[in-house]
Write a protein that binds this ligand. Sequence first.
Ligand code: XBP
Ligand code: MG
Length: 254
Amino acid sequence: MSLQALIFDVDGTLADTERDGHRVAFNRAFAEIGLDWVWDEDLYAGLLQVTGGKERIRHYAQNHHQDLAASKSFAEMVPRLHALKTRHYTVLLESGAIPLRPGVERLLREAREHGLRLAIATTTTPGNVEALLSYTLGGEAMGWFEVIAAGDIVPKKKPAADIYHYVLAGMNISAGDCLAFEDSGPGLRSSLAAGLKTVITVNGYTRDQDFQGSTIVLDHMGEPDCPFSVLSPHTVNGHQYLDIKMLQELHSIS
Ligand code: XBP
Ligand code: MG
């Protein structure tokens, strides 16, 4: 097995999108539709255990606004509300409010120079992926990824393995020839269930989650002038930021 492909999660991995991006967009959509719902940072931490924006809205209503959740109109309200939220989110991305995390652009470019194949496996919508990539890397970046598996393309979202199985099938590649990059417990459960070695880069919402089974846990991918911190018991042979050589070493760990 040789390292041939890198498969990236989006939210929390490519960019720290949840606290100041998705959460703010949800709140703006609630206000726009006339709901007095406000998801503060603490409440949102718990809601993140439910992957998928539409599923998260339903989960919140069922637990905090049962009457509305049980009403006939709620079923059609959810997709409408989620579309408003997605519009607010892409406006936030366009404003430059959500940059890529340290090391992401450098690693993507290095991977391309080394001929590694790239893909995306995310719970968010395809439109959000396109907005993030094009506003941070330029319009051609969508073409860097052979498969962009996003949102409702699969029946079951993370932590189910569906989205990673979709990518592996689309690339016609075996899990053993890939590395996955995730930020959260549900994401890791999904990639591990698909048989993928997984590099974790945590963020404020996921730092204390269980990453049992991951290959390594870092605070971020690192830059030459901004070394990462290793949060899992692991030796990194002097590396201070993720590069292709380190990824090949991580991939060769049995
Ligand atoms: C994280 C998610 C997404 C986002 C919200 O996705 O669970 O649901 O929180 O985006 P990832 P949507 O797999 O990239 O970590 O509202 O578009 O679902
Ligand atoms: Mg994520």
